[in-house]
Design a protein around this ligand. Sequence first.
Ligand code: M6R
Length: 288
Amino acid sequence: QVIITACGSSRYAALVGRYLFSNVGKKFCDVVMASEFGYFVDSVDKGTLVIAVSQSGETADVIEGVKAAKAAGAEIISIVNRPNSILADLSHHVISLNCGPEVGVAATKTFLSQLAIFYLLSFSMINSFNKARIQLSNMSSKITEALNCNNDGLIKLSHKLKDKSSFYYIARGMNFAIASEGALKLKEISYIHAEGMPAGELKHGTLALIEQDTPVVVICPADYTYSETLSNAIEAKSRGAYIIAVSDKESDIYDFWIRIPKVDELLYPMVTVVPLQLLAYYLAVSRG
Ligand code: M6R
């Protein structure tokens, strides 16, 4: 069995990895949040591979879980940004993010690097590392495009929405992890309540909280999740939601459109997350 453990943004990158492992490598694995991992250690043994993901390599919950798993005989691979860290020391194998230090509290460039590593790992499972590497090398220009074409619009949007008390982020499949990450970035730097969830879960309770003009960020690239996610956005809109769509495909139901370039469908997380980081940044600036 393969278990990925991490906290916060690193865990959301791991969730993208989980979908990639299944989609590309045809391998099921679980992602366990590090603060809960200790409660599952009874099912860890020497046949278990633990992948621990941590920007800092110093997060106490991750370290504790890894120590317990290692004591139970598991093999440990870590994905870290700081090679001279406790986590790296504890690991049998270390994959370095090589990003340089994250200057602010919000993990941004390391999140992208974690996505890149999971993409490379999943294609390595089918002996296609080089194919994945070539695909990734085209992503810088796509990400720059996603930043440039949205910058001014996001500044205006942040002025409009800066006094909202709650945001909801929805998406399906691997994009669901980006909904969670977008919401986390907003909470962390603008102090606005935000929730990210799989779009299909909206109707199981949270929809009751959607009122006139509640901002709902819908991550709906033109991939295998598009139509179903759009149906969920329509449900939210019928309650009065203000729909902010992150997509490369237009629709009448959007109130605000964050445009992203078309990319391979497994790489959409890289171009959807960056405008959401920028939205969180501009909302924080607008709120002073
Ligand atoms: O250093 P780590 O990746 O282990 O940190 C885990 C979380 O504390 C971290 O990702 C946190 O959620 C970030 N500050 C998010 O921007």
